[in-house]
Design a protein around this ligand. Structure first.
Ligand SMILES: C[S@@+](CC[C@H](N)C(=O)[O-])C[C@H]1O[C@@H](n2cnc3c(N)ncnc32)[C@H](O)[C@@H]1O
Length: 240
C-alpha cells in the first residue's frame, strides 16, 4: 500500500487539535508522492496528510504552519506507521513571517502551497517559494478555485518561466519552473498584464475605458504595421 492509499484509508484528523480533517485530496497527495524522494529539498505551507507524504519520501523537508498541535499529530501518526520524520523540520509560525528568512533563492526542488487561504497569503507564499525554487523544480498550488488563489494559476499558465503539468483532483495546479522570472521591472512584458482589467469600474465607465483601451491598442497595432501613419498621427497631435 502506498502512503497516499494508507492515508486515504485511515483518514487521520490532523487539524483543529484532531477535530477536523482538512487533508489534501488523494490525487494531490499522489502527485506529491511522485515528486518526493531522497535528496529532494522541499517546503510546504500548511501541515497534515501532505506532511506525512513528504516525510515518507525521505527528502529534506520543511513544513510551516502556526498550529503546533498539527505537528505533534503528524509526528504521532508517522511513528505509528513506522515513517521516519527525522528529516522534516516543523516550524510553528505564519508562513509570511518565516519564508522571507528561510527561502534561499535556488535552494528548493519542490514547493507545496496549502497554508492560509485568505488573501494575500497564498500569493505571499508563492512569491518567496517561486524565488527559492531552482530551475527544473516543481510547484504545486492547492485550491486554485479560491479567488484569493486563482490569479496564481492564470499568471503561471501565461508565463514563459513556468510549464503547466497537471491539475490533480481538478483542485491543485502543478507547474515546473523553467527559468528565473524575467522583466520584473516592466510589467508590460508579462503576458498576464497584456489586457487591462476594468472590472473595478461601474458599467458605463467600464464601457468607456474598454473602448478607449481597444482604440489605443488598434492605433498602436496599425502604427507598428504602417510606420508612415504613426508619424502622420504624431505630427497631427503636435499641431493641435
Ligand atoms: C487545508 S490545511 C492544509 C492541509 C494539508 N496540506 C494536508 O494535506 O493535510 C491548511 C493549513 O494551513 C495552515 N495555516 C493557517 N494559517 C497559516 C499561516 N498563516 N501560515 C502557514 N500555514 C497556515 C493551517 O494550520 C493548516 O495546516
Amino acid at each position: 500500500m502506498t502512503v497516499t492509499q494508507q492515508l486515504s484509508s485511515d483518514l487521520p484528523a490532523f487539524h483543529q487539535g484532531g477535530a477536523a480533517h482538512w487533508s489534501a485530496l488523494p490525487g494531490i497527495l499522489a502527485a506529491l508522492e511522485q515528486s518526493v524522494g531522497p535528496g529532494v529539498r522541499s517546503i510546504e505551507t500548511g501541515c497534515g496528510a501532505s506532511t506525512v507524504v513528504f516525510a515518507a519520501g525521505g527528502g529534506e523537508h520543511t513544513v510551516i504552519s502556526p498550529d503546533a498541535r498539527e505537528h505533534e499529530l503528524v509526528r504521532t501518526y508517522c511513528d505509528e506507521q513506522g515513517i521516519d520524520h527525522s528529516r522534516v523540520t516543523f516550524v510553528a509560525d505564519s508562513s509570511d513571517r518565516v519564508l522571507p528568512q528561510i527561502a534561499t533563492p535556488g535552494s528548493l526542488d519542490l514547493a507545496f502551497i496549502d497554508g492560509a487561504h485568505s488573501f494575500p497569503y497564498a500569493i505571499v507564499d508563492w512569491h518567496y517559494l517561486s524565488l527559492a525554487l531552482k530551475v527544473g523544480g516543481r510547484m504545486l498550488v492547492d485550491d486554485v478555485a479560491i479567488p484569493a488563489i486563482t490569479p496564481l494559476f492564470h499568471f503561471m499558465k501565461s508565463d514563459a518561466a513556468w510549464r503547466y503539468e497537471s491539475l490533480p483532483d481538478n483542485r491543485a495546479a502543478l507547474f515546473t519552473k523553467l527559468a528565473e522570472p524575467a522583466a520584473i521591472e516592466d510589467y508590460t512584458k508579462q503576458p498576464y498584464n497584456r489586457r487591462s482589467d476594468f472590472s473595478f469600474a461601474p458599467p458605463l465607465t467600464r464601457a468607456r475605458l474598454m473602448g478607449e483601451s481597444i482604440a489605443t491598442r488598434s492605433r498602436r497595432s496599425v502604427g507598428r504595421r504602417i510606420p508612415a501613419l504613426r508619424t502622420a498621427y504624431r505630427r497631427l497631435n503636435e499641431q493641435r
